[in-house]
Design a binder for this molecule. Structure first.
Ligand code: ADP
Ligand code: MG
Length: 655
């Protein structure tokens, strides 16, 4: 065995307790606040925004290490206060504890400029917009020298040779290109929150990014800014959301969540396009990240990272922004409320099927929503304005008379050859499906209360997912819509429909159940028998009845109507297996969804089943009105559009 002797600890000479010199205190503070050039950029842009600037221009050299200059057209600093601006703990933004508790500006700690001055060469050129100040002032931070200088109202802060006095920290910097990228990212975060402010970034004399001011805020301005900053693709593949407008009853006190959530298809391998803001401040917050992620749970699987730009606004008194030196973290007074709000907002937006939505956008006319803080007046808290155009698809109505409605009347099963009590074989397989009414040109004889968006009432040419024309290899449905060809993975799509229907029914505690004429018996394991006996209530809630015939034999006596088409024994076995994994008394949300997904898989139409055109059309119409029907239960897309352009390209047409 190797024996090592501990190194002898050198005795340090005792030192007296002393107050540190100011300069050193600032350098220590700078260690927290300024990690790299991008941190300086963030602080200076914060200051410019707090000063009410509408145009901010950055000039960088060598990734910001040699020079960071931030020029704004904000309110400027009056001459008498200039020396204070560079002092530690000197700020114009708060004056009392109660100010701190309701702070609406980006800055408030009064340490950024002091910290930056301690590790770089700083000069400040500023002019206030008043008649008695005919010129501006230039302050050299090192010498304290102040001289008159020409300038339009506003402020320019120049930071040269970052870390010149602390070479050890300079060594941690990466290449100029990397530092530049971080600087641009810092501005980008600001830019998304403030479409009303124009930004330009120059690097070594070249313009590297420019985003023009677009309006006073609101959803349209945000959409435009997102398109400018993240690309048109981002907004094309994202849905607008605004909560609690989507669910007025669920509002927490003054909590509002709005922005854009990327569709599952737009997810990325890295979490680099997840922008979250609290009262206009970019944050990295576990509550919000987790809530957003869980909103995608049902539509995004594996390691894909959703993309979004989400804005949470709430009463400033309900969030503590003073928990991190760079203010990138916050603490909510009620994290649960925020979690729920974010989750519901995103979930609701993602649930609307795009096929249906294409005819009617989720949020066609957003109201003016985000008002940036007025010049140092603190956070402007605005009541919601009524908004039009929000649509929550009425899925419940489709299960034939609302959730549970399917339990009335004769059993309706999927995909024909139904095992109905009357024994009749019915071909109109999808409850609530449309074509009967279209064909008949009257209200459906079955009086299915299909409400808007009842695409079946539209002329077939307008059906978003088109008119079925064929089935391919028993796997895909081909349909024609006015953009071209729609290809649908029929099993995946149907599985989602069945799953959503089961969820809906279970939420309303009305999973329609259908007794089997002849109970299906099977040889069961002792575990299965025990689970069946322990979980009668849960099974009943799921629309199933399983009784014990002998210690080794179970009988399935009833199955959910929705799943009546499948094999009852297989269904019973997998449900019992799932239930065996969980404590029956706490079939929590998660386990519940897994359970329903398992059941849905049994109920969904199998590949290789031949469908009639009516059946196919019925499936398409149902997809159009089923929440989340654009993804299968495993997060893969259920349908794709091949537009005429793409088809023409395939055949080199028009070249
Ligand atoms: P804080 O932003 O936390 O107040 P800073 O050290 O960043 O602290 O800035 C100190 C003060 O200097 C601010 O409170 C503000 O009054 C003034 N100031 C800084 N930058 C600007 C600017 N670009 N325009 C106008 N005033 C500014
Ligand atoms: Mg500041």
């Amino acid at each position: 065995m190797l024996v090592t002797t501990p190194p002898s600890i050198p005795q340090r000479p005792r030192r007296p307790i002393r107050e540190l010199p100011d300069e050193l205190i600032s350098q220590i503070a700078a260690g927290e606040v300024v990690e790299r050039p991008a941190s300086v950029v963030r602080e200076l842009v914060d200051n410019a925004l707090d000063a009410g600037a509408t145009q901010i221009t950055l000039r960088l050299q060598a990734g910001g290490v040699r020079l960071i200059s931030v020029e704004d057209n904000g309110g400027g600093i009056v001459r008498g206060e200039l020396p204070n601006a560079l002092k530690r703990h000197a700020t114009s933004k708060i004056a009392s504890l109660s100010d701190l508790e309701s702070v609406g500006t980006m800055g408030f700690r009064g340490e950024a400029l002091a910290a930056i001055c301690s590790i770089a060469e700083v000069s400040l050129l500023t002019r206030v917009d008043t008649a008695d100040e005919p010129h501006g002032w230039l302050l050299d931070a090192r010498s304290g020298e102040l001289q008159a200088a020409a300038r339009a109202p506003g402020t320019t802060v120049e930071v040269r040779e970052l870390f010149f006095a602390t070479p050890a920290r300079r060594k941690f910097l990466k290449t100029d290109a990397t530092e530049l990228a971080h600087c641009i990212e810092a501005v980008r975060r600001h830019a998304l929150a403030r479409p009303d402010v124009g930004f330009a970034i120059w690097h070594d004399g070249k313009l590297v990014a420019q985003w023009r001011a677009v309006g006073r805020g609101g959803m349209e301005a945000l959409r435009q800014r997102l398109a400018d900053v993240l690309g048109e693709d981002f907004v094309q593949q994202a849905v607008a959301l605004d909560w609690p407008l989507d669910a007025p009853d669920a509002a927490g006190p003054g909590l509002r969540v709005w922005g854009f959530a990327g569709l599952p298809d737009a997810a990325r391998s890295r979490a680099d396009w997840q922008f979250a803001y609290v009262n206009g401040r970019y944050v990295r917050d576990k509550t919000i990240t987790h809530a957003a992620r869980s909103a995608y749970e049902d539509v995004l699987h594996g390691h894909r990272q959703p993309v979004y730009a989400l804005f949470v606004s709430l009463d400033p008194a309900r969030v503590d922004v003073n928990v991190h030196p760079t203010k990138i973290e916050v603490r909510f007074r009620d994290g649960r409320e925020v979690h729920q709000g974010v989750r519901r907002a995103v979930e609701a937006a993602l649930a609307v099927p795009r096929s249906g939505a294409s005819a009617e956008p989720v949020n066609p006319q957003p109201a003016a929503v985000w008002a940036p803080p007025a010049r140092q007046e603190g956070f402007v808290f605005r009541p919601r304005e009524p908004e039009v155009g929000h649509r929550v698809s009425d899925v419940g109505a489709l299960w034939g008379g609302g959730p549970g409605g399917a339990s009335t009347g004769s059993a309706r099963t999927e995909f024909g050859s139904a095992r109905t009590e009357s024994g009749s074989d019915r071909a109109d397989v999808f409850p609530g499906s449309i074509p009967s009414s279209v064909r008949a040109g009257t209200d459906s004889v079955r009086a299915e209360p299909v409400k808007a968006p009842a695409n079946g009432a539209l002329p077939p040419g307008d059906w978003p997912l088109g008119r079925a024309v064929a089935q391919l290899q028993g796997v895909y449905i081909l349909a024609e819509n006015n953009q071209g060809l729609v290809v649908v993975d029929m099993h995946a799509a149907h599985e989602r429909i069945v799953y959503e229907r089961l969820k809906q029914q279970l939420d309303h505690q009305q999973v329609a159940s259908q007794p089997l004429l002849i109970p299906a018996t099977f040889a069961a394991t002792p575990d299965e028998v025990a689970t069946a006996e322990d979980c009668t209530a849960v099974l009943q809630a799921l629309g199933m009845e399983i009784t014990t015939l002998s210690p080794r034999t179970l009988a399935v006596r009833a199955v959910p109507t929705t799943l009546a088409q499948g094999d009852p024994v297989e269904l019973a076995r997998s449900v019992l297996a799932e239930l065996g994994l969980h404590d029956a008394s706490t079939v929590v949300q998660r386990a519940r969804n897994e359970l329903l997904a398992t059941m849905a898989c049994h109920g969904a139409v199998r590949a290789n089943r031949r469908l009639t055109l009516d059946e196919m059309n019925a499936l398409l119409r149902q997809m159009e009105v089923t929440e989340r029907s654009d993804q299968c239960n495993h997060g893969r897309p259920t349908w794709r559009q091949l537009g005429m352009k793409e088809l023409d390209a395939l055949f080199l047409r028009g070249r």
